[in-house]
Write a protein that binds this ligand. Structure first.
Ligand SMILES: Nc1ncnc2c1ncn2[C@@H]1O[C@H](COP(=O)(O)OP(=O)(O)OP(=O)(O)O)[C@@H](O)[C@H]1O
Length: 268
């Protein structure tokens, strides 16, 4: 499909023939090789792949933090040219401002959008409550646990009301139990406040548990190797019990096989 057709006919987000070459002193690195992908409005897509396959590069390109060498990103019928309020990103490192309170952190993007003080405070209160941090608004990040900090980062991204939420290993620094709780919280937030979500993770269980579809990338140079349609086999709402269901295990086997096959290529 041509970009013009996508702009005219599709909502959601389209990655159109994206290639990324990093120019380094040691030569060119082909990070992404002609990646195409369409994510529907309010769909939850997880990106899995071996280390270095280009997952973060793709996410950063979608966010507008990185330019494509070839190809385009189209969000809601507009070709993106750089970062924008239509896309919010959450990184593994919380990236909170330590000198600002939780409420001020959540309000950060809103002030840049010229929201009034009152509006910004009310929006921050709403999102603090949504992520379970009501009552913590006046505390500072260093008084919070890792899970709580990441909830602030999610609230800050959501407060701008982006159509697309980009999550780069958001729970990667958390312990297993906190991670499980955060996964359920994220599903709850997404159900209450639907958004297109694209989430990079190394965790196969996390990807299958959360996503409608899981896109698995090949070893570098990154291409889309296979897309697993999880919502076909696992209905919503989901709770952690599904992680031991036969359907879940079948998806996990398939994803593990593909990733193992790709990881073996790195050894050759
Ligand atoms: N700024 C950069 N300059 C040069 N090379 C880069 C740059 N960023 C990434 N790369 C290279 O591009 C390739 C893809 O990197 P990327 O971080 O996107 O992979 P990834 O799948 O997110 O990896 P991981 O799972 O380990 O985080 C890697 O070979 C990496 O070394």
């Amino acid at each position: 499909m041509r970009i013009k057709d996508i702009e005219n006919t599709n909502t959601g987000l389209t990655v159109e023939n994206v290639t990324k070459i990093y120019k380094t002193k040691k030569g060119d690195i082909l990070a992404l090789d002609n990646v195409s992908l369409h994510v529907q409005s309010n769909e939850f897509l997880a990106l899995l792949g071996t280390s270095g396959c280009g997952k973060s590069t793709l996410l950063r390109i979608i966010c507008g933090l990185e330019k494509t060498t070839e190809g385009s990103i189209i969000n809601q019928r507009k070709v993106i040219a750089g970062p924008g309020a239509d896309r919010g990103m959450v990184f593994q490192a919380y990236n909170l401002f330590p000198w600002m309170t939780i409420s001020e952190n959540i309000q950060f993007g809103l002030k840049q959008k010229n929201a009034s003080r009152k509006q910004a405070r009310e929006i921050a209160e709403h999102y603090a409550e949504l992520v379970g941090l009501k009552g913590f608004e006046n505390q500072y990040p260093n008084s919070l646990s890792g899970g709580m900090r990441q909830r602030v980062a999610i609230a800050r991204a959501l407060a701008n009301d982006p159509s697309v939420l980009l999550l780069d290993e958001p729970f990667g620094a958390l312990d297993m139990q906190t991670r499980g709780v955060m996964q359920e919280l994220l599903l709850d937030i997404w159900q209450k406040s639907p958004k297109t979500i694209i989430m990079v993770t190394h965790d196969i269980d996390e990807a299958i548990f959360l996503a409608d579809r899981v896109a698995i990338m090949s070893a570098r140079p990154g291409r889309i190797k296979e897309i697993l349609d999880i919502k076909e086999g696992i209905s919503r709402p989901r709770n952690y019990h599904i992680k031991t269901s036969q359907e879940f295990i079948a998806y996990k086997e398939r994803a593990t096989d593909i990733i193992r096959e790709e990881s073996m290529k790195l050894l050759k």
